[in-house]
Design a protein around this ligand. Sequence first.
Ligand code: HEM
Length: 231
Amino acid sequence: MSWIINTLTSTIGRKVIMALTGLFLILFLTVHLVGNLQLLKNDGGESFNLYTQFMAHNPLIQAVSKGNFFFIFLHVFVSLTLYVRNKKARPIGYKVSSGNSNSSWSSRSMALLGTFILIFIFLHLYGYWFQLKYVGEPIVQMISIDGVSMHNAYALVAESFQIPGVVAFYVIAMIVLGFHLWHGFASAFQSLGLNHPKYNGIISGLGKLYAVIIPVLFMLIPIYMYLNNAG
Ligand code: HEM
């Protein structure tokens, strides 16, 4: 039991938790993106609706989903404790900001970027997940595919992406997510001690590639759906 308390109270232990939860969330994002790319299929939303129906009724996925929410909470909570500890250790901050000399803008702004992403997640969950799971009709229409009645999740998403403000919010949130991932990926490997002079370049390169590709693909979804369904 004492190792759990030691991990939770030491700075390095907390950084390891940040890294592990962060890497899990990176994995979630990849799976979520693959599922969401079905929104781009020109099949009236059938593939996406079958996919969300499967996700909502598979017990294993539902268990992973609970873990997902717990990891988001842990990632945010532990980051807050690290932030508060940092502030207490250096209440008036550095006299001179070192600028780009030893840290990038995205690394110094992780807390700010993370807060924006948290606000995005709250609004995002309210807009889709909450409506599908707890509200239902008449906000969410029902549809029948092959005789099976299910939520028309596609229509819910497509309707929201007809509002330019929603599309703009998603695009901005994805840019912010990109900056957060840009620093987060490499930082996670460092916290886990997985750094080796030979592989550091590859790890940081892969992290940066991921930080660009995933948000760009995510942001293409609202842009494409807006343009495709406009008029
Ligand atoms: C174009 C971008 C996105 C679209 C269209 C989208 C769509 C959706 C939809 C429809 C759901 C509800 C699924 C269901 O309950 O059956 C959902 C859930 C969720 N989304 Fe997204 N999403 C997008 C981007 C993101 C991003 C960037 C994040 C994180 C930063 C995210 C985090 C989540 C989470 C945590 C859930 C709840 C998943 C669960 O039940 O475990 N989404 N999303």
